[in-house]
Design a protein around this ligand. Structure first.
Ligand code: MN
Length: 232
């Protein structure tokens, strides 16, 4: 049977050092996963279980350092924020995956930016509405190369940083993640059937803030190739 319109393109992220692509299924994001960031958003990190939201795979922008890519200032906002994060990508899915087995499901890691229309997210929070329009919009998920586990292992410590126009805005360490990668995968798999191709944004350290047209963001996670994004 033929499709009645051209099927949507398969979203994908380039694999470092190869001409291969990692195909993307769903994109899950963890909220408030560094204590200092939870506090800067007005919450008590000690009392909250992890929570999740999603970005649509069409939100991806491939922006590897040094060349990077443009991020077009989004519609309907005057306060778009950067959130630098490590991302993990899965090659195996499942339900109710134990934390002890969870890392067997990870194919690789990379660097991502969870760009956020903070003003629209803030209004949604106040009105008890979903975060969708604050989080899952065009170009809201710039990413760098995916590094296979066979090259980088499972990073669990090391600096996470974001510079804007050369000035450090966000700093953290993977060691400070409240919910570690195995726990995130285990808990997510209790809520959703995880599938090969799923991508997880693991949370951002403190220092989130706005960017303006003309700004250049350089994001890094120790041991992984970085990301370069110009706001246009
Ligand atoms: Mn985030």
């Amino acid at each position: 049977m033929a499709f009645v319109i051209t099927p949507p393109a398969q979203a994908a992220i380039s694999v470092h050092g190869t001409d291969e692509l990692f195909p993307v299924n769903r994109i899950y994001c963890v909220g408030r996963n560094y204590a200092e960031h939870a506090r800067e958003m007005g919450h008590d990190p000690d009392r909250e279980p992890p929570f999740f939201f999603e970005k649509h795979p069409t939100s991806l922008v491939f922006a590897p350092s040094p060349k990077g890519a443009d991020f077009k200032y989004p519609q309907q906002t005057k306060d778009v924020h950067h959130e630098i994060e490590m991302i993990a990508v899965l090659h195996k899915g499942g339900n109710d995956i134990s934390a002890a087995k969870a890392l067997d499901h990870v194919w690789g890691y990379g660097v991502g930016l969870d760009m956020t229309r903070r003003d629209l997210q803030g209004t949604a929070k106040k009105m008890g509405r979903p975060w969708e329009i604050g989080k899952s919009f065009d170009n809201s998920a710039p990413v760098g190369f995916i590094h296979p586990v066979r090259e980088v292992g499972h990073p669990d410590k090391g600096a996470v940083t974001l510079k804007v126009n050369g000035e450090i805005r966000q700093t953290g360490d993977l060691d400070d993640l409240i919910w570690k990668i195995p726990e995130i995968i285990s808990i997510l798999s209790g809520l959703f059937t995880l599938r090969p191709g799923d991508v997880i944004f693991t949370g951002t350290p403190a220092g989130v803030g706005p960017v303006s047209k003309g700004d250049v963001m350089i994001g890094a996670v120790a041991g992984l190739s970085g990301i370069a994004v110009r706001v246009s």
